[in-house]
Design a protein around this ligand. Structure first.
Ligand code: TRP
Length: 456
């Protein structure tokens, strides 16, 4: 194999992994799932899933990727030659292609909203119905959402083709910190709006009577989705890490950044929704949530200072595009590196294959808010079914096998050397980690999935 690229610095590696993790999953999907599943109690279950399932699996993906320095399917072939383990990698590639297709639809919406903000289209709007109308009209249109979906996948394509260090790393380094600052300012604005209290209470006072199997499944799915786990995405990125990167520390940093941003998004959306009397009832909550509440935050929070409202909304949507882009790049990269290395296609050609396949599938998802709205899969729209299937089934199943692989199959010494960079690790921590990967993580995932199919 030819020389593979590497991330240029440690910080670059962390930011690229965090760039993959932080995206629409945090800002768009987390508030939807929190709203649908009852608020504070969901958040606690979610944090439990991050600690028990997310962190051990992230560390596993990192070590598999960095040790083998190859795409996710090849990684298993190298570590477990001649076994069916390569199918875990292949499932990941398939899931990546799947997720990119519908994720890019929402990412396309962010372009539209950046445009609306740029041309000051929200100016003077105060009523909920106005914001709803804007969203419904736009998302049900047959052309614009499809065009923006294509634009977004092409943007992703060009960054991926430029390669890892020049494209992915350079972008993440500047833009991720900017996003963080804007979000922090918006949290302050949102919680200080009049009547925001009900929204804050919704996020802080758990009502455990609402927690059932479906809620736990959703929390688990959201944890995988938000951390980019279960499909070899972080495994592929780790294949570009240098041998000096501390994997355990990187895992901790990425998980903290990702969780913090998701929680902050919650503290922007719900207080704002309460302040605007949107109500927090589940029926209201769907893919449109942030596109209806956020413009309202900007208008209300800065109502005396329209120029500030303007600047903030434009910057926010631009950064949301970037956050989504650093995530779509990571999904695209999984499929592109797989195709180019396994089928000897060359990066450019491989990237075009993935781009065209995802555009094709994405068109159906984009149209499912309008022309194809009546097409139902298991009672959900095409978009809804893809999202449910990918995050609640494909990712956790992938994650379960990853945990079984590192916990049961992988050589202990290799595991230890890789996470300590051949240094020493305190024995109790290592034993605990192995115990969690062997028993807790896979069994918990298995039980949660089975219980949802009414198996017990
Ligand atoms: N984690 C990203 C987000 O929160 C989305 C994402 C990127 C992803 N790569 C992934 C989700 C791999 C699942 C698997 O927006």
């Amino acid at each position: 194999m030819t020389n593979r690229e590497n991330f240029g610095s440690k910080l670059g590696a962390i930011l690229a992994a965090a760039g993959s993790a932080v995206g629409l999953g945090n800002i768009w999907r987390f508030p939807i799932e929190t709203g649908r599943n009852g608020g504070a109690a969901f958040i606690l279950v979610y944090i439990g899933c991050i600690l028990l399932l997310g962190m051990p699996i992230m560390l596993s993906e990192f070590l598999i990727g960095r040790h083998t320095q190859s795409n996710t399917a090849r990684a298993y072939q190298k570590l477990a030659p001649g076994t069916p383990w390569k199918w875990v990698g292949r499932l990941g590639v398939f899931t990546g292609f799947f997720i990119l297709s519908y994720y890019a639809v929402v990412a396309g919406w962010t372009i539209e909203y950046a445009g609306l903000a740029l041309f000051n289209q929200f100016d003077g709007m105060t009523e909920r119905q106005d914001f709803e109308q804007v969203f419904t009209n736009f998302s049900s249109e047959p052309f614009l959402p499809v065009i923006l979906l294509i634009v977004f996948i092409l943007l992703t394509h060009f960054v991926v083709v430029r390669g890892v260090a020049k494209g992915i790393e350079r972008w993440s380094k500047v833009l991720m910190p900017m996003l963080f600052i804007i979000i922090a300012v918006l949290v302050v604005c949102s919680v200080s709006m009049p009547k925001a209290g009900e929204g804050v209470r919704f996020l802080l006072y758990p009502d455990f009577s609402k927690v059932d199997g479906g809620v736990v499944l959703s929390a688990m799915g959201q944890a995988f989705y938000s951390l980019s786990l279960g499909m070899g995405c972080l495994c592929t990125y780790a294949s570009y890490f240098s041998k000096k990167t501390n994997l355990a520390k990187t895992t901790l940093q990425v998980c903290i950044i990702d969780t913090l941003i998701a929680l902050m998004a919650g503290f922007i959306i719900f207080p704002a929704a309460a302040a605007a009397d949107y109500g927090l009832t589940p029926d209201d909550i769907g893919p449109s949530l942030i596109f209806i509440t956020l413009p309202n935050v900007f208008q209300q929070a800065f109502s005396g200072m329209p120029w500030l409202a303007y600047i903030f909304s434009v910057m926010f949507y631009l950064l949301l595009i970037v956050a989504a882009l650093t995530s779509t790049i990571s999904m695209h990269e999984v499929v592109t590196s797989y195709m180019s290395e396994e089928f000897h296609l060359g990066r450019k050609k491989a990237a075009w294959v993935e781009t065209s396949m995802s555009i094709f599938l994405g068109i159906f998802c984009a149209l499912s808010f309008g022309a194809l709205g009546d097409v139902k899969i298991f009672g959900q729209t095409i978009f809804g079914a893809f999202d449910w299937m990918a995050s609640n089934i494909c990712l956790p199943v992938g994650g379960m096998f990853i945990a079984i692989f590192t916990g049961w199959y992988l050589d202990r010494q290799l595991f230890r050397d890789e996470i300590t960079n051949c240094g020493t690790v305190r024995a109790p921590y290592f034993k605990l980690l192995i115990f969690v990967l062997r028993y807790i993580t896979p069994l918990a995932i298995f039980a949660i999935i089975l219980s949802n199919f009414g198996m017990f």
